[in-house]
Design a binder for this molecule. Sequence first.
Ligand SMILES: [Zn+2]
Length: 213
Amino acid sequence: MPEFRTEPLVVPSVSGLLPEGERDRRVALTSFATRASEHRVPQREIICYECGKRCSVPAAALSAHCIHCHRHLNLADMEIKPGSHRLTVRTAGRVFVPAETELSAPLSVRCGDLEIRGHITGSFFCTGCLTIASSLQLSGAVRAAELRVEKGACVTLKEGARVRTATVAGHVQGILRARGIVRVLRTGMLEGDCAAEQVAVEPGGQWLGQPLR
Ligand SMILES: [Zn+2]
């Protein structure tokens, strides 16, 4: 443990400013406590759902403030249960929609990972992976770092989707814009135009659409 010394960080002087060397020395002295405590509290990385930047938060925290945009962030994992009246979901955690959930009112979801097994609609912004395992008509904008449509799922993207990468093992209808690779697996069908670094279609898979620029 470094010895803890208290010294005033700013001392009155004629100019009101400390010489650079003295300021650095005092900052180094007073940052002992912070650095030591950071090592004791396990941290995890999240992506802020308001500004999209990465920040480090205590692993056990249920909320925090983004160090970039200063907005309050919910960090809890959530489940959207059947009969939920919630229309807006904001969390940097994981959101799960179980198979028995059926909601007709459009939701607005901003979260880390999202796994949809039930039936919902709306707009979805996931800083992590959006997994869809049920048949859905998504009426709003869809953005995700990674999109996975599982085998047997049939998804209509009315406003298209913007993703980094996508893996299609089910049926996707709509315009897909990806920065990286779009993979259509052997059970998959992509029906719609697609902008991507590469569209990789496995034997058995189908892509019915045109490349977009
Ligand atoms: Zn932020």
